[in-house]
Design a protein around this ligand. Structure first.
Ligand code: NAP
Ligand code: MG
Length: 501
């Protein structure tokens, strides 16, 4: 694999060709209105492209193209083994375009290029491979009924599905939905976030090149309140699969209720508790892993372990390690392969994130590092890694999702108090406990109301495991074979074989 220097990446960025039109029915198209919006890089505030700003008419065009493609069976009626081959070819093409896709992602939303290449692009191609590989190995059922009849339970694609996704892992959040939706035979309309539309457009172009037929994978760019809402309310969209904030997830429930009761999948926010107990033999390792996970991706992670719940007896040692690790995450040029913390997605979000340092002080927590902008001379949006110490769980920094590089340390005096604090949240996405005691690990795992529990680790990840949350963190799961169920309807067909008609 070629390794590029910072200079190489800057040179590549200069000569990058950026697609800025939507992909509808296999064509690269401008918005019906002719309007565009600026895609700005948070690295330096530079305009990358004027992107088609879709609206209702474009959503209608995409829905008709997707419906036509679905109804004539150009994709849905293909044998699963053929869909597999096409999806695997798509995965190969994504790998072949690794540098280009990674660069689009980094320029558009600011994450370090090392992460875009080694995590995002790799995980996206793996996701298409995985669902492609899976789909010709899944059987339907014959129910164990009386011998007078055969009852077949078969799976059919929903039809036209839409995916509305956020900007923190633009391609990956899309892939977690688009791959199982395509594998099961649906036609898809993807709406990327306004802050990060570029990689989605390029993915749809590569999908065509891989042989995914026209109209089967469409991308409509534009704003949430216009394009996202129109998809949510559309009478001819059968399912809507969303990743984003809890607030917007609730809007989608309303859109579904106001329109055709379309099926929803909602992957929403989090405020994940991470409990370090004094019984864990290597406090430094636990604290260091926790800090790396908290600052990874600029803290713009739904699973960010943003509430560090620590037994008071080891608090000082934990905090010292957190401070040491935070120094490795001082923001730097995202195109430098050595950079671990890049830019915050846009200036508006950076301002919102920074307000939490003020909330922390006002509520009585200590800001022991960070809480400031960095690299202002670049024209980009950067924030220093930030640690709040001696917080309590009722503070805003412990209750609200910050979605930035800010870690809140909450001391407790017992395991039971730690569990109570962990569950005192409207969210239930991820959680963790560090302990050397098996019984404690089981107790915490059973007691925490969250979709993911890590024991003595954080952010373990694999396509084979379901991902999603309890409570206001969402409904349904991405990844694993379980995710396939979201994109199919079950049909029961009774066949009378009694000999009597
Ligand atoms: P967001 O504001 O909810 O936006 C997500 C998507 O919804 C964007 O495409 C956005 O479009 C669209 N949208 C916004 N307002 C809308 C409306 N009124 N109607 C329909 N669509 C609308 O979230 P974000 O700020 O991009 O992303 C951060 C959030 O995502 C965090 O809460 C994070 O926890 C969550 N997240 C969850 C997971 C998970 O798997 N659970 C994973 C990653 C992120 P525009 O931005 O273009 O307006
Ligand atoms: Mg951008």
């Amino acid at each position: 694999m070629t390794v590029h220097s910072k200079q190489d990446w800057h040179a590549k960025a200069e000569s990058l060709r950026i697609s800025h039109r939507m992909v509808i029915g296999g064509n690269s198209v401008d918005a019906a209105s002719g309007e565009t919006f600026a895609s700005i890089s948070p690295i330096d505030g530079r305009m990358l492209a004027q992107v088609a700003c879709g609206g209702l008419e474009d959503v209608n065009r995409a829905a008709s193209a997707a419906r036509r493609a679905f109804e004539d069976g150009r994709w849905a009626a293909r044998p699963p083994a053929e869909r597999k081959l096409v999806l695997r070819r798509f995965a190969d093409l994504i790998r072949a375009h690794r540098d280009e896709l990674a660069l689009l992602e980094t320029l558009d939303m600011g994450k370090p290029i090392s992460d875009s290449t080694s995590i995002d692009v790799r995980a996206v191609s793996n996701c298409f491979d995985w669902y492609g590989e899976a789909i010709d190995k899944i059987y339907d059922e014959i129910a164990p009924t009386a011998a007078s009849a055969v009852a077949m339970v078969t799976k059919e694609p929903l039809g036209v599905v839409a995916a509305v996704v956020p900007w923190n892992f633009p391609m990956l959040m899309a892939a977690w939905k688009v791959a199982p939706a395509l594998a099961t035979g649906n036609s898809v309309i993807l709406k990327p976030a306004e802050q990060s539309p570029l990689s989605a457009i390029r993915l749809a172009e590569l999908a065509l090149e891989a042989g995914i037929p026209e109209g089967v994978f469409n991308v409509v760019t534009g704003s949430g309140p216009e394009v996202g809402r129109a998809l949510g309310l559309h009478m001819d969209v059968d399912g809507l699969f969303f990743t984003g904030s809890t607030q917007v997830g609730k809007y989608f429930m309303e859109y579904s209720a106001q329109s055709n009761l379309k099926r929803l999948g909602l992957e929403l926010g989090g405020k994940s508790p991470n409990i370090i107990l004094s019984s864990y033999p290597d406090t430094e390792h636990a604290a260091s892993t926790s800090a790396h996970s908290a600052f990874f991706n600029q803290g713009e992670m739904c699973t960010c372990p943003s509430r560090l719940i620590v037994e008071r007896s080891i608090q000082d040692e934990v905090v010292e390690t957190l401070l040491n690790v935070s120094r490795e995450y001082l923001p730097a040029d995202p195109l430098d392969p050595a950079t671990r913390m890049g830019a915050i997605v846009d200036a508006r979000h950076a301002t919102r994130v920074l307000e939490f340092a003020d909330h922390a002080r006002a509520d009585g927590a200590e800001v022991i590092t960070g809480g400031k902008r960095a690299l202002e001379e670049t024209g980009g949006s950067y924030i220093e890694p930030t640690i709040f110490n001696n917080a309590t769980n009722d503070m805003r920094i412990a209750q609200e999702e910050i979605f930035g590089p800010m870690l809140t340390v909450i001391p407790v005096d017992s395991l039971d108090e730690a569990i109570t604090v962990a569950n005192d949240s409207c969210y239930g996405l991820a959680s963790a406990v560090w302990t050397d005691d098996l019984a404690t690990a089981h107790k915490v795992s059973k007691s925490i109301r969250a979709g993911l529990v890590y024991v003595n680790c954080y952010d373990c990840d694999d396509m084979t495991t379901p991902f999603g949350g309890f409570k206001e963190s969402g409904i349904g799961r991405d990844k694993s074979l379980h995710a396939l169920d979201k994109y199919v309807e079950l049909k029961t067909t009774w066949i009378n074989i009694s000999g009597r008609s």
